[in-house]
Structure formats: structure tokens, C-alpha cells
Ligand binder design. Structure first.
Ligand code: MN
Length: 256
């Protein structure tokens, strides 16, 4: 099977290397990833600037390209232009830092997988729930297991799996929870400072989660020590609400 690996931490990030290491012996693995960190760029694509690509360095041991664009750019470009044949699965990560709750909307990692789903490909985003540790080996092994088990999950086309792994030793991981995305909001914190010329600037310094949500959400299950798997897709419609709106209707003042 031909795999496309990408991420938002950059083509030479340790999380991507660990993922590559766990998959390279069993699969044909290509890497098309941003040349610089693109965390929190969401599903942005590059339209007003050219997108430049550079072959990955031989020392990296990776086969593929570093791209001057976003994670979503990487997936599109890989599928349409760069790979000799389209990939059969897209893997994004392993991100340094959890991608749960409303962070899914900001995440370049998750958006790369969603882009894969839009293009009709099986796609998985992977994140390790820490900003401190750089040991991705367990998460990478779980990723390889998930790739092999993917057909048994019967995920329909157009849906990606968003996976988060607790930064815990294997013995302390409680298992896997298939769960929905938490809608708990972030608690933003802005540092207000002055630059050397006396102009005020702001630096977003914290993204601590609120405490809403229950045990069925990705946020809480991850905190409880479970690997979380949430099926996600590009359709943002709230279908229940849509039904209610369609029943109520709305008259527009279009007469005379
Ligand atoms: Mn990232």
C-alpha cells in the first residue's frame, strides 16, 4: 500500500520521522510536508503566492518533498502533482500536542487528514497529547496498528479519523474510545507587551480548555488515559438544526 505522510510541524519534525520509521518497512511511504511549522493554520490553502517544493534531504531518510505551503496544500499537491501515483491512505502527524475539541478547527494536522477525505482517500490524523516529550515511539506503533486495522473499521469515504494518544507508558493507557469532539471552548490568554519602539503587541500565550463536556468527548476521554478516535468530515452542517429550520421556513419580503 502507498502511504502519504504529512503534518503541520514541518517535514523534519520528530513526530513525522517516528511515524515514517514505524511504517517504512511494510509500506511504500512518501512524505509531502510543510518546509516550516504550520501549526494552527487550519484548512488554509495558498492562492496568492506560488507554492515551491524541494526534495527532502537524503540525510533525512525520507522520500518526498518539503513544500512552502500549508498542510492542506501538501495533500492536494501530493495527490495531483508530486506522487507518481495517488496515495491509498493519508496520514497526518504525529503532532506534538493533542488535537481535541475546538482545536480541530484550528489544527493543520487534522485539516490535512480532512483534505485527504475530501479527495476521497482514507485519512488519519495523529496527535500525541504533550508539548514536552519527544518520544513518539508508542504513538507511532499504535499508528501502524491502526493502518493495518483500518479496513476492519469500515470507515466510509469522505470521513477521516482523528486520533489522539495520551503521553503515557503503554501500561497506563486504558484502551481506545471512539468518541465525539468536545465543544468546550478554549480559554484564551493574551500577553500584552510593548515592543522596543513602545508599540503595544499581543501574544496568545495559553489555550487551556474549559471544563464543559462529558466523558463521551475526545477531550475528557484523552485526559482519562484513553486513545481517542473521532470520525470527522468536511460537512459542517448541523443536520438536526437544519431539519428544524426547514420545518419552520422563512418568508422573504420579495412581493411588490
Ligand atoms: Mn502542530
Amino acid at each position: 500500500m502507498r502511504l502519504l505522510l504529512t503534518n503541520d510541524d514541518g517535514a523534519y519534525a520528530p513526530g513525522l520521522k517516528a511515524l515514517h520509521r514505524a511504517l517504512r518497512d511494510q509500506y511504500e511511504v512518501w512524505v509531502v510536508a510543510p518546509e516550516t511549522e504550520q501549526s494552527a493554520v487550519g484548512h488554509a490553502i495558498t492562492l496568492a503566492d506560488p507554492i515551491r517544493v524541494h526534495p527532502l534531504t537524503p540525510e533525512s531518510g525520507l522520500q518526498g518533498w518539503a513544500v512552502s505551503g500549508t498542510p492542506a496544500d501538501c495533500v492536494k499537491l501530493a495527490v495531483h502533482e508530486l506522487l507518481p501515483q495517488p496515495p491509498e491512505m493519508v496520514l497526518s502527524g504525529i503532532n506534538l500536542g493533542a488535537n481535541v475539541g475546538v482545536n480541530l478547527l484550528y489544527s493543520g494536522t487534522v485539516s490535512a487528514a480532512t483534505e485527504g477525505a475530501i479527495l476521497g482517500l482514507p485519512a488519519i490524523s495523529l496527535s500525541l497529547a504533550t508539548h514536552a516529550s519527544s518520544d513518539f515511539s508508542l504513538a507511532a506503533a499504535l499508528a501502524a496498528h491502526l493502518v493495518a486495522a483500518y479496513p476492519s473499521l469500515a470507515v466510509p469515504a469522505g470521513v477521516a479519523l482523528n486520533v489522539n494518544v495520551p503521553a503515557l507508558p503503554a501500561v497506563r493507557i486504558k484502551g481506545v474510545r471512539f468518541c465525539c469532539q468536545s465543544t468546550a471552548r478554549l480559554q484564551e490568554k493574551f500577553l500584552r507587551r510593548a515592543d522596543p519602539r513602545g508599540h503595544t503587541y499581543y501574544w496568545q500565550s495559553s489555550e487551556k480548555m474549559g471544563t464543559q463536556g462529558d466523558g463521551h468527548t475526545d477531550y475528557l476521554a484523552l485526559r482519562q488515559g484513553y486513545v481517542t478516535i473521532t470520525p470527522v468530515g468536511p460537512d459542517l452542517t448541523r443536520h438536526q438544526v437544519l431539519k428544524g429550520l426547514q420545518q419552520r421556513g422563512l418568508d422573504l419580503p420579495l412581493d411588490g
